[in-house]
Design a protein around this ligand. Sequence first.
Ligand code: IMP
Ligand code: MG
Length: 176
Amino acid sequence: MNPSRDRIVPMLSEEQLQARIRELGIQIAADYAGKDVVVVGLLNGVYPFFADLTRAIELDFDIGFMQVSSYHGGTESTGEVKIVKDLDSAIQGRHCLVVEDIVDTGTTLFKVRNLLLDREPLSLKVCTLLDKPSRRKTQVPVDYIGFTIEDRFVVGYGLDLDGKFRNLPYVGIYQP
Ligand code: IMP
Ligand code: MG
C-alpha cells in the first residue's frame, strides 16, 4: 500500500483544532491551578497536540513522554501493547495528566493508566484530542475530550497511516 494525500477528506480544520485546544487549555489551567502537575504525552501521535495544548495551559508544570505501541501497521489494532519508552519524571505524590491523540478501543490507555497508577500519583486524569467511543472494547475514564468522532480511520495532526501524514496541520478521514 502506498498512502496518498488524495485519499484524505478533511474533517477538522487547523482553525477548529486550535480553537478547541484553547478551550481545553483554559479548562485544564482552572482545574490544576496551584497544583504540582506532570503532563505526560504518549508518543508518537501526540506530538503536535501536546505542543499546542501545553502552550495553551497557562500554568507552570513538568512534562514527560512515554511511548507504547499497539499498532503494527494497517488500520486495525492487534490488542497488544508494548512499552517502547518509559517516563523519566517521577509522578509519585504529584498530579498526573496523560495526553493522548486518540482513544479508540481503549486498550492502550487502559494499560498506560494501570502502569502509572502503580506509581501512586496524587491524581491521574486523561486528555485526548479525539475520542471514538463506538470502538471501545475496554472501558477507561477520559476526563478531557477535544472532539468525539464516528468510527472512521483518521490521519493528520499526529495521527498516522503506516507512519505517514502525522505532519498535516488538520485531521482528515482516510478513504482506503
Ligand atoms: P486503542 O488502544 O485502540 O485505543 O488505540 C490507541 C492508538 O491507536 C492511538 O494512540 C493511535 O495511535 C491508534 N489509532 C486509533 N485509531 C486511529 C485512527 O483513526 N487513526 C490513526 N491512528 C489510530
Ligand atoms: Mg498513538
